[in-house]
Design a protein around this ligand. Structure first.
Ligand SMILES: [Cu+2]
Length: 295
């Protein structure tokens, strides 16, 4: 009798444990149910999105083909995700933002433009063709757009709607973090964590600052020093860039996004050229840059 009850006890103890052991991965998967995978791109003069409605929660965007931005700095257009009820107004503000940053009047207009954009819209990141990223979207009216080509009137934004019950799930785990922060003097800076041991992991780009920021990541030769970067920002031609480049498009204060790796190991110049809300000077020229090593 004693033996039987002991067996019963052991079974009673073991069974839930084994159930937990088998149930745990399944429930973890359920909690992290795969987010909807949405492709965004540009076709001709129109931004496109593979689904026009989705529920609030994590969404995974992949950036497909875009267009080349006309002009001297014309690389492949990035696509960005923005929530706003005032799209025309926001695009109009970019007219001032893309002015000449060395002209004081234009600088003041750019600063005002950035303040207006921040107040009238929320930016959830984006990237160049080939970029995949996840972000948590609350309910609202959204657009996918290439900021430069939309502001030039060349490519029409694609609207989409987020509504309904929130989906469960969290952002993909990340092994490295780049955070935009406000500094005491009223400036902006990057703070990084875990980049040296990122492996094939994802990167979190988070905005804990008061202004809108983006993340440029330009590969540089090993041994590139801060002094070379300072001279570059003062106008000297750079000799240190490699061909490796990543970019994460603008995010508003309070927003975090997870960008899919792997990122090629090596040294990078990270910088942000969003005009300052104080005087329109690009953040990088006020010190928002850093040399970092990704490993
Ligand atoms: Cu910035």
């Amino acid at each position: 009798m004693k033996t039987k009850s002991l067996v019963g006890l052991v079974t009673a103890v073991l069974l839930p444990v084994s159930l937990v052991a088998t149930a745990s991965p399944a429930s973890a998967v359920a909690l992290r149910a795969a987010p909807p995978k949405v492709t965004i791109a540009i076709a001709g003069d129109q931004a496109t999105i593979s689904q026009a409605t989705m529920r609030p929660g994590v969404v995974e965007f992949s950036v497909g083909d875009t267009v080349i931005v006309p002009g001297p700095d014309g690389g492949p257009e990035q696509l960005a995700v923005v929530r706003t009820d005032q799209l025309d107004y926001v695009l109009q503000q970019f007219g001032a933002v893309f002015g000449d940053p060395t002209d004081p009047a234009a600088g003041a207009a750019a600063a005002q433009g950035m303040r207006n954009i921040r107040q009238a819209s929320t930016w959830y990141g984006g990237g160049s063709p080939g970029t995949t990223f996840q972000v948590v979207l609350p309910a609202g009216n959204y657009y996918v757009l290439g900021v430069q080509t939309a502001a030039m009137g060349l490519v029409k934004p694609a609207p989409f709607t987020v509504s309904g019950e929130r989906r469960k799930g969290q952002l993909h785990s990340t092994t490295g973090t780049i955070r935009a922060v406000s500094t005491k003097g009223g400036g902006n800076a990057f703070v990084t964590k875990g980049l040296g041991t990122m492996g094939n992991g994802w990167l979190k780009f988070a905005n804990s600052a008061k202004e809108i920021h983006f993340l440029g990541m330009g590969g540089v030769k090993t041994g590139t020093k801060n002094g070379q970067i300072r001279k570059f920002f003062q106008g000297s031609a750079p000799t240190f860039f490699t061909k490796t480049q990543y970019a994460v498009d603008v995010i508003s204060p309070g927003i975090s996004i997870a960008v899919k790796g792997p990122f090629k190991p090596g040294r990078y110049l990270i910088d942000c050229f969003v005009p300052s809300e104080t005087d329109g000077m690009p953040h990088a020229l006020m010190g928002m840059w850093s040399l970092v090593d990704i490993g």
